[in-house]
Design a protein around this ligand. Structure first.
Ligand code: MRU
Length: 341
């Protein structure tokens, strides 16, 4: 999608005539204050960028790990299987796209004849992810076009999170391209504020009307009849259809069910974990207390500053994801279409 009218992808490979190429990414920690593209030839830097959430969102994490493994193949071919696959697999636990991408790159490595084959495999992985998410958006726009124009979303399931297009936001971008005028309620998404910092920025860049609201406003807006539909992404979908997504999604599903509002999850095949029987089997990432206790954001130079918002000595609980039972959803939309309980 576009930034100031120029097309970008969240993560990508850049060939260079003098060296073996590098991995590039939009630094999501600097947004919306600063739009900055980082690059590296060091796979360890790529792994750390996943851990620090400079790149986040399930499909982008998977694609970025694939690019990082291509880089590892250029720099350290002999240790791709003995070290780098495990290094990438332990960067974050919940989004299954990471493991999907690592498995795909392991297969590519076992078949590869040249180092360059790993770059081709990673670029193909990214392109396939973009194609899947574009297709999801087409299906989602079809269901949203049935008068569901005031759309609530949670976290960031846009192009930053999915290389390009997005999952949930892909449907909104498709609606806009079809000449519709969707309006989006953007949950700020505490504690890391992916909604306020990233989703609102994305929508604003595309000229889509939106307002940021505190997460705690969502249930009341639904009850007040001001939300026509809820669309979110997913980090892992179990075999029974239970969905792990950003913390707060489960609460939205309860409010949606209580008030008869449709709620859709949009996710590509790489987010479906057929080896995972139910939502209870999904590992939920517990992140650092600091994300809750300290407000962090870049200053005007793009340097991240920290402000304590609580008394020192008080601890915090910070589960990063929750699980929504399939029965609470109107449907899951993948590149194969609409799945309903
Ligand atoms: O912790 P994050 O920001 O990586 O969590 C991301 C989400 O929960 C998104 O909603 C999900 O990955 C869908 S992305 C298209």
């Amino acid at each position: 999608m576009n930034v100031n009218g120029i097309h970008y992808q969240a993560v990508f490979w850049k060939n260079s005539p003098l060296a073996e190429g590098e991995v590039c990414w939009i630094d999501q920690c600097a947004l919306p204050t600063l739009f900055r593209i980082k690059s590296s030839r060091d796979p360890e830097v790529v792994a750390q960028a996943i851990e620090s959430m400079e790149v986040r969102g399930a499909p982008s994490i998977g694609a970025f790990a694939a690019l990082g493994l291509a880089l590892a193949a250029q720099q350290d071919w002999d240790r791709v299987e003995s070290y780098w696959l495990a290094r990438f697999r332990r960067t974050r636990p919940t989004a299954v796209n990471l493991f999907h991408a690592c498995d795909a790159m392991q297969q590519a490595y076992q078949k590869a004849k040249h180092k360059r084959d790993m770059v081709d495999a990673a670029e193909n992985y990214c392109a396939a992810e973009v194609a899947r998410n574009k297709q999801i958006g087409g299906y989602l726009a079809e269901v949203l076009a049935v008068g569901e124009r005031r759309i609530l979303t949670h976290c960031n399931a846009g192009w930053l999170a999915a290389v390009d297009w997005g999952t949930a936001l892909s449907g909104i971008y498709h609606l806009q391209q079809a000449g519709e005028t969707p309006f989006v309620w953007v949950d700020e998404t505490r504690p890391r504020l992916q909604g306020a910092r990233l989703t609102a920025w994305e929508l604003h860049q595309q000229g889509i009307a939106c307002q940021i609201q505190a997460d705690s406003a969502a249930a009341w807006m639904i009850a007040s009849g001001k939300v026509d539909a809820i669309v979110v992404g997913a980090d892992r979908i179990a075999r029974n259809g239970d969905v792990a997504n950003k913390i707060g999604t489960y609460g939205l599903s309860l409010a949606a069910k209580a008030h008869g509002i449709p709620m859709y999850v949009a996710a590509p095949e790489s987010t479906f974990d057929t080896a995972c029987p139910t939502g209870k089997d999904i590992p939920i990432e517990q992140r650092a207390d600091d994300e809750v206790l300290i407000a962090a954001g870049p200053d005007e130079q793009g340097i991240v500053q920290h402000i304590h918002i609580s008394a020192s000595g008080v601890g915090a609980n910070n589960p990063a994801f929750d699980v929504t039972p399939y029965a609470n959803l109107t449907g899951i939309i993948s590149e194969r279409g609409l799945w309903q309980p």
